[in-house]
Design a protein around this ligand. Structure first.
Ligand code: ADP
Length: 393
C-alpha cells in the first residue's frame, strides 16, 4: 500500500497534539488543549497560516473521540480533498515486548490495554487517541510507535535492577523513554555526521523531561531513564535518580503517603525544587540569584555523572549530541557539560556554541577528539517515518 498522507497523533490526558505529513514533509501542526473542561484548538500550516483557532463546544470537548472529530474538521478546512492514508500514534509504553512499532489490530489493542499499569498517566490516553482515530478515519491503518521500543536492545546487565529476578521477569525493568527522539538522532547522524553515525555516541535529550542514551552503531546500549520517567537526570520538576532510602525516610519521618512522595519527586523537585524559582531553564539562566546559579551547576553536574557511566559502559566516546528544548537552545548548559568532558580531549568551539540547533550545529573545534553537536529533534517526523514503513511493508 502506498502511503502519501500521514496524521501523527500524540494524545495526552487533556491534550492532543497533531501533525500532518505529506511524504516526509510536515504540512500542518496543532494541538487541542483543555480536554474535559474548556478546550481550545489551534492549528496552522507549515507556512504559518492559521487554519483553526477557536474554543471547542462542551459537546466537542467531551472526550478524545469527540475531539478527534474536530481535528478531522480542521483537516478538511485545510484541504477539502484531503485523504488521510494512515495514522501514527505516540504510545509511551510498549512493555518488554515491543521493540518496534506495530499495526494496531483489535487483538493488538486489547494487548496494549494490558500495559496501562506500566504508564498509567500516559498509555490510557494514548489508547483513547487510537480509539478516536478509528472512528474519525474508519478503515485506515493505525500504527502504535512506542517511546520505550528503541531501548529494547539493552542487555540484561543494563536493563535489570538488582532485585529478586522474579520482578524482572514480571516486568520491573529499565524501559527508558524518549525513544523517538533518540532514534531520530541516530538516523540523522548518517546525514549530518556520517563519520560518527556508527560510533559511540551519547545523546542528551534535555527538555522538561530529560534523559540520555548511549548509542553504539545506531543501537541503544543503555539509557538513564528507567522503569518510569522519574529516573536518571535531574529535570524541570523531577528529582531523577534518588536513593530509595529517601522515599522510606519521607514516609516514616514526615508521615507522607506514597502518593505524596510521588508528587514531591515528580512535580516539586528538580530545578523547581532546588532553585525555588522556576522549572524553566530560561528563568534560571536570566536570574542573578546565586541559588539559581547553583541549581544550574547542579544540573550540569548530574549530566556529567550520568554521562561518565554511559561512556564507561560503551568503552569510549566519539560524539555527544544535545537535543530537546534545553539541548537545542541553551549554550550555557552545553558549555558546562562540554567543559566537563575536556579530560577526554573534547574541545568546545565557544563561538559555534552561541548558535541554536535549527538543523545540525557542530559545536566542537576541528581538533576535538570528541565531536560535539546540537541537533533539533523531530519525534513526530520519526513516528510518521515508522508509520509509513509499517504500512508499506
Ligand atoms: P518537553 O520536554 O515538554 O517537550 P522541551 O523539549 O520543549 O520540553 O523543552 C523545554 C525546556 O527547554 C524548558 O526548560 C525551557 O526553559 C528550555 N528552553 C527553551 N528555549 C530555551 C533557551 N533559549 N534557553 C534555555 N532553555 C530553553
Amino acid at each position: 500500500m502506498t502511503i502519501e498522507t500521514i496524521l501523527v497523533l500524540n494524545a495526552g490526558s487533556s491534550s492532543i497534539k497533531f501533525q500532518l505529513f505529506k511524504g516526509e514533509e510536515s504540512v500542518l501542526s496543532g494541538q487541542i488543549d483543555g480536554l474535559g473542561a474548556s478546550a481550545w484548538i489551534k492549528g496552522k500550516s507549515a507556512e504559518g497560516a492559521v487554519i483553526m483557532d477557536r474554543a471547542l463546544s462542551d459537546e466537542e470537548a467531551k472526550n478524545h473521540n469527540t475531539a478527534l472529530q474536530v481535528i478531522l474538521a480542521l483537516l478538511k478546512e485545510f484541504d477539502s480533498e484531503l485523504e488521510v492514508d494512515a495514522i501514527g500514534h505516540r504510545v509511551v509504553h510498549g512493555s518488554a515486548k515491543y521493540s518496534a512499532p506495530v499495526l494496531v489490530t483489535d487483538e493488538v489493542f486489547a494487548e496494549l490495554e494490558t500495559f496501562n499499569d506500566l504508564a498509567p498517566l500516559h498509555n490510557p490516553h494514548n489508547l483513547a487517541g487510537i480509539q478516536g482515530a478509528k472512528e474519525a478515519f474508519p478503515g485506515k491503518p493505525n500504527v502504535a510507535c512506542f517511546d520505550t521500543a528503541f531501548h529494547r536492545t539493552q542487555e540484561f546487565k543494563n536493563e535489570a535492577y538488582a532485585i529478586p529476578l522474579k520482578y524482572y521477569e514480571e516486568g520491573v525493568r529499565r524501559y527508558g523513554m524518549h525513544g523517538q527522539s533518540f532514534h531520530y538522532i541516530a538516523e540523522e547522524l548518517h546525514n549530518v555526521a556520517p563519520e560518527v553515525a556508527n560510533g559511540k555516541v551519547v545523546v542528551a535529550h534535555l527538555g522538561n523531561g530529560a534523559s540520555m542514551c548511549a548509542i553504539e552503531n545506531g543501537k541503544c546500549v543503555t539509557t538513564t531513564m528507567g522503569f518510569t520517567p522519574l529516573d536518571g537526570l535531574a529535570m524541570g520538576t523531577r528529582s531523577g535518580t534518588i536513593d530509595a532510602g529517601v522515599v522510606f525516610y519521607m514516609m516514616d519521618h514526615y508521615g507522607m503517603s506514597a502518593k505524596e512522595v510521588a508528587n514531591l519527586l515528580n512535580k516539586e523537585s528538580g530545578m523547581k525544587g532546588l532553585s525555588g524559582i522556576s522549572q524553566d531553564m530560561r528563568d534560571l539562566e536570566n536570574s542573578d540569584s546565586p541559588v539559581a546559579a547553583r541549581a544550574l551547576e547542579y544540573y550540569e553536574n548530574r549530566i556529567l555523572r550520568e554521562m561518565g557511566g554511559l561512556i564507561a559502559v560503551m568503552g569510549g566516546l566519539d560524539a555527544v549530541v544535545f537535543t530537546g528544548g534545553i539541548g537545542e537552545n541553551s549554550s550555557q548548559t552545553r558549555a558546562g557539560v562540554c567543559k566537563g568532558l575536556e579530560f577526554l580531549g573534547a574541545e568546545l568551539d565557544e563561538e559555534a556554541n552561541k548558535g541554536r540547533a535549527k538543523d545540525a550545529l557542530v559545536i566542537s573545534k576541528p581538533s576535538s577528539k570528541v565531536k560535539l553537536m546540537a541537533i533539533a529533534t523531530d519525534e513526530e517526523g520519526m513516528i510518521a517515518r515508522q508509520t509509513r514503513a509499517i504500512c508499506e511493508a
